[in-house]
Design a protein around this ligand. Structure first.
Ligand code: FAD
Length: 431
């Protein structure tokens, strides 16, 4: 490790205040030329690449990502609600490349843990000293009869990965007649972005209220409660008449037969576990989720997700491979972009420390999830700081918090905070 990169490691970790790796003064091995391959250039993967280069520029960092264009899921609900242009959530890899990160656009088909090599669909074989895997989520298509990747891409979008399906759902809402019914199927726990479906319901309700006031949303849910429950309920009452006959939103919980088990894409009709059927004009199914496919193909999963050592995010199954973001088991942290970003910094610090043969000090993490219930005027948030205790991630008592009782000025400020968080985290991730 050069003096400069040692300084960078200390500076970068101190600046982020998470995943602080202490550079000990003795027995420092050189990481120069050591190779880190990152599978997936989404929030976790891109952040890890960015921070590895900041911490030790001598490490050879390569991202392998199958899309040249990344659309953030966060703020994609605003695109669906018609309050934001899709270009504003579009990111590419030029800034990371300019910082010295190699980017290969290809699909990773396997990770050879013994041979420490990543294989791609395009026939490349890329060797690594440490591999960081952040492939996001995949879907349990078998959980809902009649629903599959083709149906999702063409007529019944999940829009739970932002991009073409975000545009499709927006287009369908624009084309829907006034008096139409939007049916949204919410997913069971655990899933990416716990408040996400309810923010989407809010954003669509705001669009209908303004543009198609005779229309309704029916939200079908396999749960009886969800993230920021009281705040959403209160907001839906305030803005969308929830609980009255004139409500734009009807929420059907698990106890009322809210679990969708079957989809007929041709008629846009869903059937729930209680045998009830609902016909939609616009149908949005958010399916049950599991770790990204490559995590299963590489043997990194136990059940649906990837077990990891929380201090380093190294896989509990395969040495020298780290899993971060939605695919990892990092409870009590939620599966969120902010979590993925925070875990990526801890993981980058761990990898930089391991490659340099220096001790890592105790990590900490942070998460905030904003949701906009009504455009411009009503934002809410939940925040938490996490520490490493007894070999695992724990919530720091007394840290974080939840938006309090309604205050018009404060709620407007929360919307501004949400938007400034978006600007900051995307700059922090993609450089
Ligand atoms: P991703 O960001 O999905 O990145 C995974 C990447 O891996 C993708 O680019 C994919 O193309 C690539 N990939 C996968 N497999 C392969 C392979 N085999 N080969 C090559 N590349 C591969 N989080 C928040 O913190 N705040 C919010 O307000 C928020 N809002 C959200 C709203 C919605 C509607 C949704 C759906 C999510 C929201 N999230 C939010 C959650 C957030 O988007 C995710 O938690 C975050 O993206 C997880 O990061 P990741 O790196 O695990 O996965």
């Amino acid at each position: 490790m050069t003096n400069l990169s040692r300084r960078n490691l200390i500076k970068a970790t101190a600046a982020t205040a998470v995943g602080v790796a202490a550079a000990s003064q003795s027995s420092i091995a050189s990481a120069a030329g050591k190779k880190v391959v990152i599978v997936g250039g989404g929030i976790g993967g891109a952040t890890a690449a960015n921070y590895l280069k900041k911490m030790d520029s001598s490490i050879d960092v390569t991202i392998i990502e199958y899309n040249k264009d990344y659309y953030t899921c966060f703020m994609s609900n605003e695109v669906i609600g018609g309050n934001r242009d899709i270009e504003s959530i579009h990111f590419q890899y030029d800034k990371l490349k300019a910082k010295g990160v190699n980017v290969i656009f290809d699909t990773v088909t396997n990770i050879d843990a013994k041979g420490q090599t990543v294989k791609t669909k395009g026939g490349q074989s890329v060797a690594y000293d440490r591999c960081i895997v952040s492939p996001g989520v995949d879907y349990k298509w078998e959980a809902i009869e009649g629903y599959n990747a083709d149906v999702a891409a063409n007529s019944v979008p999940h829009a739970w990965k932002a991009g073409p399906q975000t545009k499709l759902l927006r287009k369908q809402l624009e084309e829907m007649k006034d008096g139409g019914t939007v049916v949204i199927a919410c997913p069971p726990n655990p899933f990416r972005c716990p408040p996400g479906p309810y923010e989407r319901i809010s954003q669509i309700a705001a669009y209908l209220k303004e543009n198609k006031p005779k229309s309704k949303i029916i939200a079908l849910d396999p749960k009886n409660k969800f993230s920021k429950f009281g705040l959403f309920m209160d907001g839906w009452k305030r803005h969308y008449g929830y609980g009255t006959d004139a409500s734009i939103i009807k929420w059907v919980k698990a106890d009322e037969g809210g679990k969708v088990v079957k989809v007929d894409a041709a008629t846009k009709t869903v059937t729930t576990d209680s045998g009830d059927t609902y016909k939609a004009d616009v149908l949005n199914i958010i399916p049950p989720q599991k770790a990204g496919k490559i995590a299963f193909d590489a043997g990194l999963t136990e059940g649906d997700w990837c077990p990891v050592e929380h201090k380093t995010f190294e896989s509990k199954i395969h040495k020298n491979i780290h899993v971060i973001g939605d695919s990892s088991i990092a409870s009590p942290m939620p599966k969120s972009g902010y979590s993925a970003n925070s875990q990526a910094k801890v993981c980058a610090a761990a990898v930089a420390s391991l490659l340099n043969g220096v001790e890592m000090v105790e990590p900490s993490w942070v998460n905030t999830c904003y949701s906009v219930i009504a455009p411009k005027v009503d934002g809410i948030s939940v925040a938490m700081v996490y520490a490493y205790e007894g070999g695992k991630i724990v919530k720091v008592k007394g840290s974080g918090g939840l938006t309090g009782a309604y205050d018009a000025e404060l709620r407007k400020r929360e919307v501004l905070y949400a938007h400034s968080w978006f600007e900051n985290i995307t700059a922090d991730t993609f450089g």
